[in-house]
Design a protein around this ligand. Sequence first.
Ligand SMILES: Nc1ncnc2c1ncn2[C@@H]1O[C@H](COP(=O)(O)OP(=O)(O)OP(=O)(O)O)[C@@H](O)[C@H]1O
Ligand SMILES: [Mg+2]
Length: 564
Amino acid sequence: MKAKLRRSGAKIMASLIVLLGSLFYIMLLAVINGSVGFIAAMGVTVCGATGVAKALGIMGLCAEVSLSWGWIIGLAVGCGVIRGGLRYLEQYSNHYIAFKLLAVLRDKIFGALRVLCPAKLESKQKGSIIAMITSDIETLEVFYAHTISPICIAVLVSLAVFLFVGFVASWYLALVALLGYVVIGIVVPLISSGKLKASGVNYRREFASFNAYFLDSIKGIKDIVLNNAERDREGEVNRRSDILLKETKKMKNGITRASAATELMVTLFIAISLVVGILLVHFDLLDLGRMLIGVVTIFGSFGPVLAVSALPGNLTQTFASGDRVLNLLEEKPAVTPVKNGKTFDYENLSVKDLSFAYERNAPVLKDVCMHAQKGEIIGIVGESGCGKSTFLKLLLRFWEKDRGEINYSGIDVDNIDSDNLLDNVTMVSQTTYLFDESIEDNLRIAKPDATQEEIENACKMASVHDFIMSLPEGYKTQVGAMGDNLSAGEKQRIGLARAFLKGSQLILLDEPTSNVDSINEGMILKSLAEQKSKKSIILVSHRESTMAIADRIYTVSSGIMSEV
Ligand SMILES: Nc1ncnc2c1ncn2[C@@H]1O[C@H](COP(=O)(O)OP(=O)(O)OP(=O)(O)O)[C@@H](O)[C@H]1O
Ligand SMILES: [Mg+2]
């Protein structure tokens, strides 16, 4: 999949750094600790070089600042201790950021999804969003924790060494070092990442394909044995395993070659700086002591750029992940929730001249009029795809209407506080999702403080109480433990029980009995009839038997709704 990025790499980096929020300061701390730590580490070698220069009696610089043996040894030990402490702090900050950031990012993304829900998440192109989110967050974690700070540290330390060597020894030597940093930290990684990219992509593809095939074989092992197909299957597993091994070898080869090239460059630049140093001394442009210090400083200064060159092959993947996450965070919701809007107590619903289209020029509903009073059951019938579910979603403001009015007790739905609307109106949609929790907890999301009695009453009304009691742990049974053992009808009835437990004044039921047998349907319809004196119920169904309890029936055809 080769999607074009919406933003440039620099823009993505900048936006991702802005997302850090207050963690930015911790990252700054990590960068400072890392840079100072590296410089302290080099301090140890520089002190050593100074000591050597002093012993050999070639003190250029050291004579000027007249360092005693005590000072040189003290500085070397001090630098070592500081290096240790700072290294610890750097690692601590980096990992603090890494772990915190996962939580922060997930929170932000969940918040964004919450606002986009349900309209935007329903449309087809958002189908893969959830799967994408998890892997993208992992990729970004690497970016935040192990990419930004090494790059910053490399830039800062290299700059510091360049200035130090320039001022203390010679600017010629400093320029050699700078060239080395650019080649090792930028040029070599760029060249090798281009080559590594293809083998990396191939490896990942084969890895995924092998895993899928292997897991599939394990899942289906019973059927493999039943069909006496072990030999064929084993042969295929081995064949795919060989392909994967070949790709792994290719990739490892590439990586080894890249790191060999990098090491070669380090050696080369150490040699060049030594040669330049000797030449400078030879032509009397530099004294031996300063040359020694300059060259030794350069020798020990390639660590940070080596760390950069070892970063994950290419940033392309990080940018792609960042782009997708930013797209999601910036996505405009189809419907903005109404905060601090008007509140109402449901008495009646009146819909006038309501029109709606998902896409321009393809109207789903045209000038729909209908009304409902407390104490009524309203039926809606119509062929599949005519817009019945759409109508219910508009009543809940999951989508915003294009034209017309939807008035609850005289207040238009667009002015009603979103929370208040969902308190008054509830819907059982065509598919009920059950969480991997106990049945009781699954019911409780409708009313967290419900008593056991309320829960059981709701389940009795939905004709699912007896079924739940027949389970090994009754209401405490874990839904996950039963896997797919819950039938479609049982799930549907639990969805209904949720709606009854919620106790809203207007209940929208989208095909509430489509998967239920006629005995259970009869019981559910009886409970609906018993409740209707206190509520309105809008019932969408194809079934004649269900429609029998409706007080009034509307039919929908070609987007037009008319009362029968
Ligand atoms: N999110 C969406 N984006 C674009 N088109 C949609 C969307 N949801 C539904 N539609 C289209 O709108 C039309 C009405 O769909 P709707 O789900 O309201 O039909 P329905 O009457 O409930 O059908 P069924 O009886 O099969 O449940 C269909 O043509 C459908 O393809
Ligand atoms: Mg429908």
